[in-house]
Write a protein that binds this ligand. Structure first.
Ligand SMILES: [Zn+2]
Length: 79
């Protein structure tokens, strides 16, 4: 499990070798999976297939936070 904290305007892109769920914790977040972007609602979670790049971008004026929960053996890759 990984918690990702983003400052306003910050973007974080990464992928996992295992499928995962990304859970919105707080803030205004744009979430992209494989290049297609959507807004995440509070408390929403989105499934991400393994080895698929996903990025979170903080659109708000305050710190935002999401959690990635792996559903298999987990390994994080940045970039
Ligand atoms: Zn993730």
């Amino acid at each position: 499990m990984a918690t990702i904290v983003l400052q306003p305007g910050e973007t974080f892109e990464h992928y996992h070798s295992a499928p995962s769920q990304t859970i919105h914790v707080r803030g205004d977040i744009e979430f992209s999976v494989d290049g297609s972007a959507r807004l995440m609602r509070p408390r929403e979670s989105i499934s991400v297939p393994g080895n698929t790049k996903h990025s979170v971008r903080n659109l708000g004026a305050r710190t935002a936070e999401v959690t990635c929960v792996g559903t298999g053996p987990e390994k994080h890759h940045i970039g």
